[in-house]
Design a protein around this ligand. Structure first.
Ligand code: BEZ
Ligand code: FE
Length: 301
């Protein structure tokens, strides 16, 4: 009979899991147990604090729905999503455009729109054009690459927040032309607070963090034979550009809207950004995040 204390229980737990047949599950669960035990010892976790943690995670789960993913939000504000993104980027065979968070507001099945279309249904701010070219890493254009975009309105809300997911707005799926060029019209999104009305928001409040993301446009770019790119373009003059609550901003993704005689839409300010896609390794997949509806499908009506 083993005498267990706060240290030896770690070895005992690892020993019970030693026959896990799936080697990756074994590696992940071994490390999770070692780190969780070390964490409890480091902070000398009390029973009341343990229960508070359990209640918090329960509330995070209860806040999830087909249009809201509170667990992804939790991973985002703790910087875990940014770490996983960076690890994923490092595994690429070649260096493409840097990635950024998918976030909890991505939706599959956005409208397919022709190049140049306006993605805003009711714009109340000046329009801008976003344009550029999708190439591979050595600058060769990728014909017909798919470009999915989504953003907040000029008031800082996603369609999922404003209309409970009943209608799609401020998003669209485009197909590049034969030279890999894309362009669309939109309004400049407003930087916004992450959803603060749930358990994750309460935590962020208690940590005296502001909860804001700088103004940005999400882009998800795909093409046959290339690594999918999940990224976003950030407007450099946003007051929160250096303190994004979810750690998504990188210098290489910062843009400005300006007068641009080369823009395909004369008379509108424009953001130009060219994306580079890395070649995919065989069988390579992976996206940090998902449409919340895919993680938790709506119940059958
Ligand atoms: C977003 O950019 O949509 C987002 C990302 C992480 C948390 C909340 C929102
Ligand atoms: Fe966003």
């Amino acid at each position: 009979m083993q005498d267990l204390d706060e240290n030896t229980v770690t070895e005992a737990a690892l020993a019970q899991m030693v026959d896990t047949p799936d080697p990756r599950l074994k590696q992940i669960m071994d490390a999770a147990v070692r780190h969780l035990h070390a964490f409890a010892r480091e902070v000398d976790l009390t029973p009341a604090e343990w229960l508070t943690g359990i209640q918090f995670l329960t509330a995070v789960g209860q806040a999830c729905s087909p249009i809201r993913q509170e667990f992804i939000l939790l991973a985002d504000v703790l910087g875990v999503s940014a770490v996983v993104n960076a690890l994923h980027d490092k595994k690429a065979r070649e260096l493409g455009t840097q990635s950024s968070l998918l976030g909890p507001f991505y939706r599959e099945g956005a409208p397919e729109l022709p190049l140049g279309a306006l993605i805003a249904e009711h714009p109340t701010a000046p329009l801008i054009t976003v344009y550029g070219q999708v190439t591979d890493n050595d600058g060769t254009p990728i014909p017909l690459a798919s470009v999915q975009v989504w953003q907040t309105t000029e008031h800082g809300l996603y369609d999922l927040q404003e209309r409970n997911g009943e209608a799609m707005d401020m998003r669209g799926n485009f197909r590049c032309d034969a030279e890999g060029r894309y362009h669309f019209r939109t309004v400049r999104p407003l930087g916004y607070s992450i959803p603060m009305d749930g358990p994750v928001g309460e935590l962020v409040h208690r940590q005296h963090r502001h909860g804001f993301r700088p103004s940005h446009i999400h882009m998800l770019i795909g093409a046959e034979g290339h690594r999918e790119l999940v990224t976003a373009l950030y407007f450099g003059d946003d007051p929160h550009i250096d303190s994004d609550t979810v750690f998504g901003v990188s210098g290489s993704l910062v843009v400005e809207a300006k007068d641009d005689p080369a823009s395909p839409v004369p008379g509108l300010q424009a953001v130009r950004y060219d994306f580079r896609l890395a070649k995919a390794a065989p069988g390579e997949t992976g996206r940090v995040g998902a449409d919340p509806g895919a993680l938790m499908p709506r119940a059958a009506e």
